[in-house]
Write a protein that binds this ligand. Structure first.
Ligand code: G3I
Length: 394
């Protein structure tokens, strides 16, 4: 393609993106965000403070993505480390960065058993915080945080990971919030969030709720949960499927597509919220010395075809369902990924290697997005067609 045609193609991609892309957004038509914009699909990443302070990471965060999720900075542990003593610095910086770069924000997360402040969990354990005080504190937390960012958050993960990894699955009776406040707290959390920001899309977010467990047990529980909330007129707008895959388990993208469709048929939006594909990468020699580390950048190691295939499968499931409004990876760089810290011997889960080179997993997403608006239609003439310079070989 000549330079003029390339410029025209870039212009048409941006025109299709409409006002969704800010004026200072990258003009390259081949970034993930520009390719997604062709079909109004937001492409996201989880961002942590180093993604903004490191020049190379910040450049990729701005260029490639059109929606950001704070990886940790909006969690209760971070925003209120001591009772009544708030720290919004990280969250503010991320929201400001997103807005400066024409990106939307997924707020994450308001009600979760994990990453709670010590003063809260210890107070509950030692009895200085009663259940009724805990309920008031949660109400206050949701109201304070959602109000602070009112009008600036596209989707909020109101509830995170409340379902059991079992068959059949159900809301975990042992969950910190459920065991103290009962299941009614789920509906209340959505109502409180809605009261604080009526425009934000409010989501239930979890892993393995779009068929990744093979049995669909967790999907069945999530589907029943959101269907019942809708029947009670609870203000829930979306389901976030995290999409943390591991090559040691199976993955069926057709089942994922069906499950996303099922949520959509209830009238909900859906989103892939934390995609990554991890694998075992650490092997040892006869002395038990690691010969490949979880962050090894060797191309033939990081270029795992199955991982590329599974990233494509998740993206295609989202593409197939019109109600799927965003596809987010949980961090884009292997050196930043949560995986090696959480799963011994596993890694290589993201789309950029430790030297910040895009991996084939990145190219797989790029190519899939580039075809999302549809492949060019052939005429009956087939190979007799003349299509500009490319076809003119006689
Ligand atoms: O900030 C402390 C630091 O001071 C300390 O020196 C260091 C020592 O380990 O820990 C640091 O805190 C870590 C924190 O991330 C910030 O980096 C915690 O140990 C670590 O456990 C925590 O991990 C986070 C994890 O949630 C906690 O469950 C990951 O970064 C974060 O990416 C991950 O995100 C979750 C989603 O919220 C929900 N879905 C699953 C996903 C992956 O676990």
């Amino acid at each position: 393609m000549n330079v003029r045609l390339m410029a025209a193609a870039a212009a048409s991609v941006l025109a299709l993106a409409g006002t969704a892309i800010a004026a200072d957004a990258p003009t390259s038509a081949s970034t993930l965000r520009a390719l997604g914009a062709q079909i109004h699909l937001r492409i996201g990443t989880a961002a942590v403070p180093s993604d903004l302070s490191d020049p190379a990471l910040s450049q990729i965060t701005a260029d490639q993505f059109s929606v950001l999720t704070p990886g940790n900075e909006m969690k209760w542990q971070v925003v209120e480390p001591q009772q009544g003593n708030f720290n919004w610095t990280g969250a503010d910086n991320l929201v400001n960065f997103a807005e400066e770069h024409g990106e939307l924000v997924r707020g994450h997360t308001l009600v979760w058993h994990n990453q709670l402040p010590n003063w809260l969990t210890q107070g509950v354990t030692n009895g200085t915080i009663s259940d009724s005080q805990l309920r008031d504190l949660l109400h206050q937390h949701i109201t304070t945080e959602v109000s602070r960012y009112r009008g600036r958050i596209w989707q909020w993960d109101v509830l995170n990971e409340m379902l059991a990894d079992a068959n059949p699955s159900q809301v975990k009776p042992t969950d910190f919030w459920i065991s103290h406040l009962g299941v009614g707290i789920i509906a209340d959390a959505f109502r409180w969030a809605h009261a604080a920001d009526p425009e934000a899309l409010l989501c239930y977010n979890d892993y393995n709720i779009a068929g990744e467990d093979g049995s669909n047990a967790k999907f069945n529980a999530a589907f029943a949960l959101v269907r019942d909330l809708l029947a009670q007129k609870v203000p829930i707008d979306c389901v976030g499927d995290q999409g943390h895959l591991d090559l040691q388990y199976g993955f069926n993208p057709v089942l994922m597509t069906e499950d996303l469709h099922a949520y959509a048929k209830l009238g909900l939006k859906v989103a892939i919220t934390e995609a990554d594909v991890r694998m075992f990468v650490e092997t040892t020699d006869s002395n038990q010395t690691p010969i490949v580390s979880p962050t090894d950048p060797t191309p033939n190691h990081t270029a795992n075809p199955a991982a590329s295939d599974w990233f494509i499968g998740m993206l295609q499931s989202c593409l197939a369902v019109k109600a799927c409004i965003s596809f987010t990876v949980w961090g884009f760089a292997d050196a930043e990924s949560w995986v090696p810290g959480a799963f011994r011997g596993e890694g290589n889960a993201t789309i950029y290697d430790v030297n910040l080179n895009p991996k084939p997993q990145y190219t797989a997403l790029q190519q899939t997005l580039s075809l999302a608006p549809g492949a060019p239609r052939r005429s009956r003439g087939g190979d007799r067609d003349r299509e500009g310079d490319e076809g003119d070989r006689d």
